[in-house]
Design a binder for this molecule. Structure first.
Ligand SMILES: Cc1ncc(COP(=O)(O)O)c(C=O)c1O
Length: 415
């Protein structure tokens, strides 16, 4: 079986010297490599870090990796984690080592990063209609016969654009027809459109129809009974498409793929088992945020949120210093929109009982304090995040801490 990632290329990242590009880290580390820092396992908080600083928690990461891998095995699904969450080759390598079968990407540029680290199998969860991007994919497939990439299509026009751009390519590009939902994002809105697009693919020598794709969280992450019913209905439409197109697919094994980090239990419920006799269907989740989980959006919505020790646990924090106490009940922190996500909720104080963040500026946070919260200028406070994807992209290098706050790794991201 071809290698899923080039472990040597990932390991080589630990030999690149640190410098001023990596915000938050102690200046004393400049010139040292991550491998050397790892060897010393310094306590981050007595090493001279400057705030704010984003960290990952080693034991929580391992727990989440193992928990999700076990869950997928038990539920009969495979996992192609969305790499856009972290864009960190070292984290992806751990996900693949834990049993993931491929990586997911959203853009051709993200696929380029994955290819730089030898990732052999990619779900490119989008319709690619950019001739330059398609030409690059074709070159990559021609240069490496083992490279497997699957894109989405949701229109006959898209099929035509792709076919034209790929004329003369060495082998056909694998595609899934994308099922959409009313009020959602991309994807065919009717069964008739799904079938027309699928048939257009089979008529193209440059494309090969391998399955059905969808994204059940395209309308949000609501977990009320009503919303769960809508998601279940949508996944059922995906299932119907797999059954209806059984004789149209161009491969023996059919791929059906859905699943972010909010509804993956419903994906397993609806899209595994009971397929028509003679068909082989592989169900692949694309969850990305399960790895770090969080203290906001996914803490409220993950299917593994209330599962006690068998559930996911937040593995990412941002530490920030109180820089001002200008009014009663208000602390201002040196952490802002440049440092922490704010698109799906504000950071969550982890060390105070009543306080909450009310607002972020680019470089500051406003922390409303309760009567029991005692903080002074100079204090360091820990915050959980809501939505890891948009915190990861603010940090090119992230320390990983053990339970004693010792730096046991440094993770490089490429956004
Ligand atoms: C198409 C697609 N698949 C999978 C995911 C991963 O979902 P999550 O971020 O909840 O892990 C996303 C996230 O936006 C997505 O857009």
């Amino acid at each position: 079986m071809p290698s899923l990632i080039d472990h040597a290329a990932v390991a080589a990242l630990a030999n690149q010297p640190l410098d001023w590009r990596f915000k938050g880290l102690p200046a004393e580390w400049w010139g040292a490599t991550p491998a050397q820092i790892r060897g010393r396992a310094p306590d981050l908080f007595s090493s001279g870090m400057v705030g704010p600083v984003c960290v990952l928690h080693a034991s929580a990461l391992t727990h989440n990796l193992v928990t999700m891998a076990r869950w997928c095995r038990r539920r009969g699904v495979d996992l192609a984690p969305h790499a856009k969450t972290h864009m960190a080759p070292a984290l992806l390598a751990r996900q693949l080592d834990a049993g993931a079968i491929a990586a997911t990407a959203a853009t051709v540029s993200q696929v380029r990063v994955l290819r730089a680290f030898g990732v052999g199998s990619v779900l490119l969860a989008n319709e690619v209609v950019d001739p330059a991007g398609l030409a690059w994919l074709a070159r990559e497939m021609a240069a490496d016969p083992d490279f497997r990439v699957v894109c989405w299509v949701d229109s006959v026009r898209g099929v035509e654009l792709m076919s034209t751009a790929l004329t003369g390519s060495a082998r056909p590009l694998d595609v899934c027809v994308e099922v959409g939902m009313a009020g959602g994002r991309t994807g065919c809105r009717t069964a008739a459109e799904v079938d027309a697009v699928a048939r257009a693919v089979t008529a193209s020598a440059q494309l090969r129809l391998v399955g059905v794709a969808g994204y059940e969280a395209a309308r949000g992450h609501d977990v009320t009974a009503e919303a769960l019913a809508v998601v279940t209905g949508y996944l059922t439409e995906m299932r119907d498409a797999v059954v209806r197109l059984a004789d149209v697919f161009e491969t023996e094994e059919v791929l059906v793929t859905a699943g972010g980090s909010t509804y993956f239990d419903l994906v397993a419920d609806v899209l595994t088992g009971g397929w028509p006799a003679g068909s082989t269907v592989r169900t692949v989740l694309r969850s990305g945020c399960y790895l770090t989980h969080d203290d906001g959006l996914y803490d409220r919505t993950s299917p593994l949120r209330d599962a006690g020790t068998s559930g996911l646990t937040a593995a990412m924090s941002v530490w920030a210093q109180v820089v001002s106490r200008p009014e009663d009940g208000l602390a201002v922190l040196g952490m802002g929109r440049r440092d922490v996500s704010f698109d799906q909720g504000l950071p969550v104080p982890k060390t105070l009982r009543e306080a909450h963040i009310t607002k972020l500026n680019d470089q500051h946070a406003y922390l409303q304090l309760g009567a029991s919260d005692h903080v002074q200028v100079g204090d360091w406070l820990r915050f959980g995040v809501s939505h890891p994807c948009t915190t990861f992209d603010k940090w090119p290098l992230i320390p990983v801490l053990d339970d004693d706050n010792r730096v046991v790794d440094l993770v490089r991201t490429y956004f």
